[in-house]
Write a new protein. Structure first.
Length: 319
């Protein structure tokens, strides 16, 4: 590794740090006696310093963490920060140097710790993460976070990071980024960006029934399809004339089976005198009969002969 390697000797001398580790025991008699450093804690701290000088930063950090679990010495906190600095773990180094400054009182040591803290704080990657889409789980680098929809500030180390938001019925949304030291970036992840398909199954119960989904005719028989979520209209037309319609809402990633049963269509039996066409034909027949009777009348009736009267004109002649 060639990135960010710093030996402890680049900061405080090893001998000085060793003295610092024992300084807590040198107190005035009037002061309360500090806890005694256990041999195991001291041995782990010494092993960590040897590994740090060999630039085996990860192993050194492990030894320092184990030592601090037994006894929190300022020197061990400082050396832990240096180990994480060598690993480019800026966030953990920052935390270690802050803890160091919280327990050390010597002005020179504090000045050195403040320089290290400022250096590591400038190295930290700051991400403004916005999560939308009614997320149910948010992960960063594969680890679940106590985050949901909203805006979140994240402190990360340089390198590649993966942000994921998921919601039932939707494909997980993943955003992966590479960060340099000190990067600042705004990232948005929408858990509802890619809904899963909705599976619709139509079972008409008759292989000859015609199925229509949203007005589109499909092949007769059972029908299964992956479609978009939302409202859909299903119509089944049976050979006997029965037609059934249903409207349903399909959720993302859901599956719905619609089963239909053909109903028997009872056709009404009606007398011939109740049919419209019967009366139409009958009316035409009656009208034709009247016309025939009128046309035949002259040939069947003897027309009476007219009687001519005689007019007598009397003339009176005057003699």
């Amino acid at each position: 590794m060639t990135r960010g390697f710093f030996s402890l000797r680049a900061g405080l001398p090893v001998a000085f740090v060793l003295v610092l580790g024992l300084a807590s025991a040198r107190t005035a008699t009037a002061q309360p006696q500090p806890p005694t450093v256990s041999p195991e804690a001291r041995a782990l701290a010494m092993e960590g310093m040897r590994l740090l000088d060999d630039q085996r930063f990860a192993d050194a950090a492990t030894s320092f963490e184990r030592s601090l679990a037994l006894f929190e010495a300022p020197s061990t906190l400082y050396n832990l920060g240096m180990a994480y600095r060598g690993m480019n773990r800026c966030t953990r180094a920052t935390d270690a140097f802050r803890r160091f400054l919280g327990v050390v009182r010597d002005a020179a040591l504090r000045a050195d710790g403040e320089v290290r803290l400022a250096e590591m704080d400038a190295c930290v990657v700051r991400v403004h993460l916005t999560v939308t889409g009614a997320s149910q789980e948010v992960k960063v680098d594969g680890e679940p976070q106590s985050l949901r929809d909203g805006e979140h500030s994240l402190l990360l180390d340089p390198g590649v990071h993966r942000f994921e938001a998921s919601r039932s019925g939707y494909h997980p949304q993943v955003s992966e980024w590479s960060f340099a030291r000190g990067d600042r970036r705004d990232i948005t992840v929408d858990a509802a960006a890619r809904p899963m398909p909705f599976v619709l199954v139509v079972e008409p119960g008759n292989a000859r029934a015609v199925i229509r989904v949203d007005g589109r005719a499909l092949d007769p028989g059972q029908y299964t399809v992956e479609t978009t979520h939302g409202t859909h209209r299903v119509e089944v037309v049976y050979p006997g004339g029965d037609t059934q319609r249903r409207e349903m809402h399909g959720p993302p990633g859901g599956r719905l089976s619609l089963q239909f049963t053909e109903r028997v269509v009872v056709r009404e039996s009606r007398s011939v005198v109740t049919r419209w066409w019967f009366w139409t034909i009958l009316g035409a027949a009656v009208a034709g009969g009247v016309t025939t009777a009128v046309l035949l009348w002259p040939s069947e009736v003897t027309r009476p002969q007219p009687t001519w009267g005689t007019t007598v004109i009397s003339l009176t002649l005057g003699l």
